[in-house]
Design a protein around this ligand. Structure first.
Ligand code: CP
Length: 300
């Protein structure tokens, strides 16, 4: 049984297979999708808020011909009566063929996978990982740059709590020509476990950094992870990218953001050619069509 629990589980060959499958799914979408998952059921179990991940998983399942059952708000689930995640998963895996889940607890998806009779898709575990997001990020980058050529990906913002950064960093380690650069204040720096000696580390954005960036990956300061409200207020607007800053990037660069954004990318940037974050979110559908098909072994 295939689960998707961490970006660290993928090697390059598997990543390339998933990207190729996502490209096929994107083609299928031009004619409303496929019926590959006819009769299959996806359960979405989200213990934290989501717009893109939950709804793109659900759209993906519908676009491959399957069905969806969902608990978008655990206020109305038996979790409120004290049911454990293990028991919840034992029950759900008797109803559905695959489960996408999100929680504020790091390692929650691994706990679920230990007792599940069906594949678990980690849709975000606290400040841990967001592996399916990293695949749609990689898919988006691969649309604009060859992953075999030298490119520089600059991550900016909350690199400590930003689970999408942790997963994308891990996935990009499979592509040795990709230079990783991390820009964050000390309080939000990338955890040691995601760093390698060749990485470039900065605390502030400079014209030199912008000028030499191919992919600018901006993240929100994750308000919900801060124990100290005053610290969040002090850090929340550390980086704000407006049109003037983005104009310092190379013309062929792209700007990504897992979204939602708060203040870190000004709305005026949306009209610039580098702004690809809405396209990135849309890519969640074909990539998740591919992932569901992959874990359910629907493709030979
Ligand atoms: N990128 C992402 O995880 O968005 P949601 O929180 O809306 O799912």
């Amino acid at each position: 049984m295939k689960h998707i629990l961490s970006a660290a589980q993928f090697d390059r060959a598997e990543l390339e297979k998933i990207l190729a499958l996502a490209a096929r799914m994107a083609e299928n979408l031009k004619s409303d999708g496929t019926r590959l998952a006819d009769g299959k059921i996806l359960a979405t179990l989200f213990y934290e808020p989501s717009t893109r991940t939950r709804l793109s998983f659900e759209t993906a399942m519908l676009r491959i011909g399957g069905h969806v059952i969902s608990t978008p708000d655990t206020k109305f689930s038996s979790v409120q009566k004290g049911e454990t995640v293990e028991d919840t998963i034992r029950i759900l895996s008797g109803f559905a063929d695959v489960i996408a889940m999100r929680s504020s607890e790091i390692g929650f998806a691994e706990r679920a996978a230990k007792v599940s009779a069906v594949p678990i898709l980690n849709a975000g575990d606290g400040a841990g990982e967001h592996p399916t997001q990293s695949l749609l990020d990689l898919f988006t980058i691969s649309k604009y740059f060859s992953l075999d050529k030298k490119i520089c990906v600059t991550f900016v913002g909350d690199l400590k709590f930003g689970r999408t950064v942790h997963s994308l960093t891990t996935v990009l380690r499979n592509f040795p020509n990709v230079q990783l650069r991390f820009v964050a204040p000390d309080e939000l720096k990338i955890p040691e476990k995601y760093r390698q000696p060749a990485d470039e580390i900065f605390t502030e954005i400079s014209p030199e950094i912008l000028k030499t960036t191919d992919v600018l990956y901006v993240t929100r300061v994750q308000e919900e992870r801060f124990a100290d409200r005053a610290q969040y207020e002090r850090l929340r607007d550390t980086f704000i990218f407006d049109a003037e800053k983005i104009s310092q990037l190379p013309k062929k660069s792209i700007v990504l953001h897992p979204l939602p954004r708060i203040n870190e990318i000004s709305p005026e940037v949306d009209a610039l050619p580098q702004a690809k974050y809405f396209e990135q979110a849309r890519n969640g559908v074909p990539v998740r069509m591919a992932l569901i098909s992959y874990v359910l072994n629907l493709i030979g």
